[in-house]
Design a binder for this molecule. Structure first.
Ligand code: SF4
Length: 500
């Protein structure tokens, strides 16, 4: 099996893999356009990647540290020298100087490296969109429709933070340990202190592969868009790479990694990045917890070694808005109590990104979850529809099938109680009604019965069958009422929150 080499040359990741890099970047292009890497010879491409990685490093430090932003505006060359950035700041002025004029921003005045830096970012975005497409292609129609409803609901319920990558709603995630050793104060899922670890021994490896096979059988290729951490850090598990390797072998996609411990064993980090790139994954991330850690990471890894790594800037100076779930929520509550401020739950948000099955392999448990605003009931920013445990793939299959049958109807069932989500504000319209959140408005109108129907749903005390009968008495066919109810069901505005 694989071993982490102690002597990985720092630049090996980059210099020995140029054709792999070319292939990896091209893989996610879905149309016939000439990929930017094809225009460049191996040697030029390698040089370009080095330049690009230096621009990327500049950009990461610039976003992380307001002091660099200030210094650039005073003396740009001195600033980059002070921050150990190997770059001519004037060639990339467009990235850091907002006063740079429109004309200077025009494509022909931008250096080749800057263009290619943007091409690389576009490649990452394309890969993320392709992952999103595959995640939505489940062969299980009930899960597919349920996930789409959850995505529609979440889009109107949650305060979306600005980001370049799409909201994916991953179908599965696996925790390979109990808890996490990092203990971030802001942990959105309140990961407990690190406990047991799911070691890659014979018994666990067999169970792992059987679970992956089962997920492939149930969800199809969509299962390949999962990942192997949640309230856990990948590098807490000494066998993480082996689990990822199986994941890739069975599900066809190498899972992306986000770790807050890239410095724990730098050679291991290098090995994982190399493996990940070889298997076609360019969506890896380091969580940067402080400016000191940023410096340490930049000292340990050359910019080119991290050409395919994004930084999640969690340091306070970066001032990037956080969702207030988990420990960040508790922290916020303590602060608000001191200042007697009243917190608005509708802005709490969530760091959760799974609408599907969250496994913990240590205790052999699985939860059906979906992101929601963190509140009293769901402090971790996700709803739990059901949870259960399993001992082997056979009883897991029974458990998952039951969860799908119970929680994921394709259409409303006659005895479903019909009401709107609790976060929606209801308003009558002359010919219908609207339900809205701070972020989204859903209008339903243009038929004589819709306003009355809205009022009945708003009361929330009738089943689908009772509503259909009520309108049937007034001459509106039950099929018409069911059709409308199913339409708003698909829009994700009906309450499907798990009952207490
Ligand atoms: S945010 Fe991530 S690294 Fe930090 S404690 Fe939570 S799970 Fe661990």
């Amino acid at each position: 099996m694989m071993q982490v080499s102690n002597s990985l040359e720092k630049k090996e990741l980059f210099s020995t893999n140029i054709s792999q890099i070319r292939q990896t970047l091209k893989k996610w292009i879905t149309n016939d356009e000439l990929h930017w890497t094809e225009k460049l010879s191996d040697e030029v491409l390698m040089q370009e990647l080095i330049q690009i990685s230096q621009i990327q490093r500049f950009s990461q430090k610039w976003q992380a540290d307001p002091e660099l932003k200030k210094q650039l505006l005073i003396d740009s060359h001195q600033a980059v020298a002070r921050y150990n950035l190997n770059i001519n700041p004037e060639e990339i002025r467009v990235l850091w100087d907002k006063t740079h004029t429109q004309k200077e921003n025009q494509a022909d005045s931008i250096s080749l490296s800057l263009k290619n830096y943007r091409n690389l970012i576009n490649d990452e975005v394309r890969q993320a969109y392709e992952i999103q497409r595959i995640a939505g292609s489940s062969i299980e129609p009930s899960y597919k429709a349920w996930r789409e409803r959850q995505m529609t609901r979440a889009a109107s319920e949650l305060n979306q933070l600005p980001q370049t990558l799409p909201e994916i709603h991953f179908p599965i995630a696996f925790e390979l340990s109990k808890g996490c050793s990092v203990g971030c104060w802001f942990c959105g899922v309140s990961a407990p202190r690190l406990g047991d670890i799911f070691i890659y021994n014979q018994e666990n490896a067999r169970l792992w592969r059987e679970v992956l096979e089962l997920m492939k059988e149930i969800l199809g290729p969509a299962a390949g868009t999962g990942f192997c951490y949640c309230a856990s850090d990948p590098f807490d598990n000494p066998d993480y790479e082996k689990f990822c390797d199986d994941f890739h072998a069975i599900l066809g996609i190498f899972p992306p990694t986000t770790t807050a411990q890239p410095l724990k064993n730098p050679d291991r980090t290098r090995f994982l990045l190399k493996l990940s790139l070889e298997k076609g994954c360019i969506l890896n991330r380091f969580s940067i917890l402080s400016l000191k850690m940023l410096d340490q990471v930049c000292n340990e890894f050359s910019s080119e070694e991290l050409a395919f790594v994004d930084f999640v800037l969690q340091n306070k100076e970066a001032d990037i808005p956080k969702s207030y779930s988990g420990r960040a929520r508790e922290h916020n509550h303590r602060k608000a109590e001191k200042s007697q401020e009243i917190l608005n739950n509708t802005l709490a948000g969530s760091t959760a990104c799974v609408s599907g099955f969250l496994f913990n392999m240590v205790d052999r448990s699985v939860k059906l979850i979906s992101p929601c605003n963190a509140d009293e009931r769901w402090p971790l920013g996700y709803r739990v529809y059901e949870k259960g445990t399993f001992t082997n793939a056979d009883d897991l299959k029974i458990l998952l099938k039951r969860m799908i049958n119970t929680h994921m109807p394709l259409t409303l069932r006659p005895n479903d109680r019909i009401s709107f989500r609790r976060d929606l504000k209801y308003e009558n319209l002359p010919d219908g009604f609207q339900v809205s959140t701070k972020f989204h408005k859903h209008k339903f109108q243009n038929a004589s019965y819709i306003r009355q129907l809205g009022e009945v749903i708003y009361k929330g005390d009738k089943t689908a069958e009772e509503i259909a009968l009520l309108f049937n008495v007034c001459g509106i066919p039950s099929a018409t009422i069911y059709h409308f109810l199913n339409l708003i069901f698909e829009h994700g505005v009906l309450d499907d929150e798990p009952k207490m």
